[in-house]
Ligand binder design. Structure first.
Ligand code: NAP
Ligand code: MG
Length: 496
């Protein structure tokens, strides 16, 4: 704030006062069981693991680790519920349960948001304004479909797949749960869900919510644990469909296993999205979009705009604007409502980011990080801009999943498209220009499941989301997101 004009002898304090969200609304148990058949049960293995707050490194609770035998118990509970209760239930009645879930998520929104922030490290502003409202919206949206499936798939006979195994990551724990569970339930399937090891608490609070709304036992089962628990779910012989969101490497393993057994699968994997900023763009708006798209959730977003392709004629001034804006971004306590960039989700993830950033420096890119003090405890990474980046650099090719932006330049729209598409991924892209025809042309040329124009990271339950190439296949949300959860066949021809 050096630019403020201070009268002689007066010192302005232009820093924001802390605005901490209270944690008193959240009750965290010392230990959590597995949620199977509508109850919290002890794991057969007897094993538990700790979940920590990444902003303080404090242990929050011990979580049960589900073995293959526990996963089997959960699949059996889901099978029984599917064949006896949830499958035969009318769509109208299923919709009532989904509406109840949505309304409860709204009523308890603050509790879910605070818990998400404590356990995962993301800023409260994000969990409060994005994660929880979108999770509720997803259940509302799918409640609407539950009794209208014959309009979603006209002239077809529609049946649920059966028991669905779902595995989700740590970047949007409750929201990814909603993306998976809502369409599965709306279409008459039952669920066994494995949350990520570092962020199980909101899934377990969601299990308590399901008990409160009297969802029939076994319709949703939650098995916590590490990768081995996920693997046991993938390998289980009695799962009819799998859905996974996470890293491309684990996604590929799951794809091999599912393909060998002919189990239908949807995959939502990594990304290396490019913002493409043309010289005619509204530049201040573009700066906000770029900053928001990579820094505000610590870059823990699969569709994060981690590459910036900026037209050569404005490159220097645009990067200057970005650096100025980055200097005002607040990093720190995620429970503070002023915080823009929270904690990195785990020590392991911090290690991955640190390693890739070191590789960027070693390969010759130029690093910029604003001055900002970081808390002493917890996992933090300073927001970073790399300029002088080559297409061949690891930081331009690999998913960093941290608050790190790699800047490249282009001269013509054709070159921008070629560079944006020169990646193994194809999840999302952002175009910044005042010219509508350029937006439409680019949107056709880009290999990306989602293309935003003059905005970024906007979501709606009615809009399908998913990728091309190594970003996965299948869509979540919208009509397209219902399709993987149903089996369709030709209707019986009526007799004349
Ligand atoms: P990950 O290993 O793919 O984790 C995703 C989920 O899969 C977690 O629930 C994980 O459990 C589980 N899992 C791990 N190994 C498994 C296996 N062999 N079989 C079945 N399930 C398994 O991702 P990560 O290690 O947390 O993150 C690594 C990288 O993935 C990140 O740096 C980022 O690039 C990318 N990522 C992408 C997304 C996305 O939204 N596309 C989300 C998160 C991460 P555990 O939590 O216990 O490991
Ligand atoms: Mg945690």
């Amino acid at each position: 704030m050096a630019d403020a004009i201070e009268p002689a002898g007066v010192k302005f304090n232009l820093e924001y006062a802390p605005a901490l969200e209270s944690t008193s609304i959240v009750k965290i148990d010392a230990e959590y069981g597995l949620f199977i058949g509508g109850k919290f049960v002890e794991p057969k293995s007897g094993e538990t693991f700790a979940t920590v707050s990444p902003s303080t490194e404090e242990t929050l609770a011990r979580i049960s680790s589900a073995s293959a035998a526990d996963v089997d118990r959960a699949v059996k509970a889901a099978r029984k519920a599917q064949t006896e209760i949830w499958g035969p239930m009318s769509g109208r009645d299923r919709a009532k349960y989904l509406f109840r879930i949505a309304r409860q998520l709204q009523e308890r929104a603050r509790e879910f948001a605070v818990l998400e922030t404590i356990d995962g490290g993301k800023p409260i502003r994000e969990s409060r304004d994005v994660d929880v409202p979108l999770a509720a919206a997803h259940f509302f949206y799918h409640a609407g479909w539950a009794d209208k499936l014959e309009y979603a798939f006209p002239d077809r006979r529609i049946a649920p797949k059966g028991v669905v195994g779902q595995i989700i990551p740590w970047n949007f724990p409750l929201l990814m749960l909603a993306w998976k569970v809502a369409p599965a339930l709306a279409t008459g399937n039952t669920v066994v869900l494995k949350p990520a090891e570092t962020t199980s608490l909101t899934a377990l609070l969601f299990a308590q919510l399901l008990q409160d709304i009297d969802l029939p036992p076994g319709v949703v089962n939650i098995v916590t644990g590490a990768g081995a628990t996920g693997s046991a779910l993938v390998e289980h012989k009695d799962v009819d469909k799998l859905a996974f969101t996470g890293s491309t490497s684990v996604g590929k393993q799951i794809q091999r296993s599912a393909a060998a057994r002919g189990v239908p699968l949807t995959l939502e994997l990594g990304g290396k999205a490019a913002h493409i900023v043309f010289e005619d763009a509204a530049l201040d708006q573009a700066v906000e979009g770029v900053i928001n798209g990579i820094y505000f959730n610590q870059g823990h977003v699969c569709c994060a705009g981690s590459r910036l392709l900026v037209q050569e004629s404005i490159a220097e001034s645009f990067v200057d604007r970005l650096k100025n804006r980055l200097a005002t971004v607040r990093v720190g306590n995620p429970l503070d409502k002023n915080t823009d960039v929270g904690a990195i989700n785990s020590a392991e993830q911090l290690g991955r980011i640190t390693e890739l950033v070191a590789a960027g420096v070693a390969e010759g890119a130029e690093l910029y990080q604003p001055e900002c003090s970081l808390p002493d405890r917890g996992y933090w990474f300073r927001p970073t801009i790399f300029t002088n980046v080559q297409q061949s650099h690891r930081i331009a090719r690999e998913e960093i999943f941290g608050p790190v932006l790699s800047v490249l330049t282009f001269r013509t729209p054709e070159e921008a498209v070629a560079k944006a598409n020169d990646t193994q991924y194809g999840l999302s892209a952002g175009i910044w220009t005042e010219k509508g025809s350029k937006i439409l042309w680019m949107a056709n040329e880009l290999d990306a499941g989602v293309v935003w124009a003059n905005t970024f990271n906007q979501f709606d339950a009615a809009s399908p989301f998913g990728g091309y190439k190594e970003s996965g296949f299948g869509r979540e949300g919208g009509l397209q997101g219902l399709a993987p959860y149903v089996s369709l066949s030709s209707p019986k021809r009526g007799s004349r």
